[in-house]
Design a protein around this ligand. Structure first.
Ligand code: X2X
Length: 336
């Protein structure tokens, strides 16, 4: 009798322990977050900031583990969105360029010379067009939460200064993303070639390509000048926003409080990163110039020649992006 009672009590204790450890395990949940660039770059820092804020606000109940260098998609950044959609990746802080092969609406941001300045970018991301872009993403089973920014993309090459479209003639330029980039550089008479970021630096080093385009922060941190890119043209031909997003099933498995925290912290991390990226632009440019890069700034007339040369790209791509989205973006920009 005593023995039986003892065994019963022991069983109760054991069951209690099992329940306790099970509930702890169920509470601590880790989500994978994919990025292309690691935390030496503002992009990677945005993801780390998001992770820090989530850990802090959920008391460790929810953690984000950042996997940089497109490692969850074997370096192929144009597969990041598909991997997130299918649930292979839980979440990402990704570029509109890299997701545009699966979300054609995102080509809006890559239309050459469409976004005149930072205020225009903010008007679009924070306006009606931004909402439409988020709906387009959500219709593909990914929940977008917030915006970040890789920045206005500038053109570099190893051959000489570029201040008119004919200077690009025959230059092999590394691009990534949808065929829109192919079309833009074709229109300028260049020889564009598509490759991932992982392959870009080796291709620049070996001289397999003559040039590339990326924001100043990427040029600076990745020391693109050290692989022979001595000429840099500031042409602001497109701005590359980042989007914080989560796979739909993962999102729906979270409770409301967790969803709120995840969204609010993404917005906070995004705003922090956008402000930092913009603030750093001038010091980055100075650092790049100090390292001996020849920087070309375009006059209004010179810029206009590039705008004219790429106008047909708009005609071809507006239908794929969606006429109503492009019009909404134009209205957002005009009212800035
Ligand atoms: O590959 C690039 O050029 C980069 C790092 O800017 C993007 O992921 C779009």
């Amino acid at each position: 009798m005593t023995t039986t009672r003892h065994v019963t009590r022991l069983a109760t204790v054991l069951t209690g322990a099992a329940v306790l450890s099970f509930s702890l395990a169920a509470q601590a949940r880790e989500l994978s977050v994919s990025t292309v660039l690691p935390d030496a770059f503002p992009w990677g820092q945005a993801a780390e900031k998001w992770a820090d804020l989530v850990e802090e606000r959920t008391d460790g109940e929810l953690t984000l583990r950042v996997y940089p260098n497109s490692q969850l998609v074997s370096g192929d950044q144009t597969r990041e969105f598909s991997a997130m959609r299918s649930g292979l990746i839980d979440a990402a802080v990704g570029s509109t360029i890299n997701w545009s092969p699966q979300v054609p609406e995102l080509n809006l941001f890559s239309l050459p010379f469409f976004m005149p300045d930072e205020a225009a970018v903010d008007a679009v991301t924070g306006g009606q067009a931004g909402e439409m872009v988020f709906e387009a993403i959500e219709s593909r089973d990914v929940i977008p939460l917030a915006w970040g920014e890789n920045g206005f993309r500038q053109l570099s090459n190893s051959q000489g200064p570029i201040d008119e479209p004919t200077d690009l003639e025959g230059l092999k330029i590394r691009v990534v993303g949808s065929p829109l980039f192919q079309d833009t550089f074709d229109a300028l008479g260049a020889d564009p070639t598509q490759m991932s970021w992982a392959d870009a630096k080796p291709a620049l080093t070996s001289g397999a390509v003559d040039g590339q385009e990326n924001p100043l922060s990427v040029f600076d941190v990745a020391r693109i000048d050290q692989v022979g890119q001595e000429h840099l043209t500031l042409w602001n031909y497109m701005n590359d926003p980042l989007i914080f997003a989560v796979n739909r099933q993962v999102w729906e498995s979270l409770d409301e409080a967790q969803q709120t925290i995840l969204r609010e912290t993404a917005i906070e991390a995004g705003e922090w990163e956008i402000a930092m990226t913009r603030e750093q632009e001038s010091e980055r440019l100075a650092a790049i110039q100090e390292r001996g890069v020849e920087v070309t700034e375009l006059s209004d007339d010179q810029l206009q020649a590039f705008v004219e040369a790429t106008r047909n790209v708009h005609d071809d791509w507006i239908a794929q992006i969606g006429e109503s989205l492009v019009e909404a973006a134009q209205a957002d920009i005009e009212s800035r």
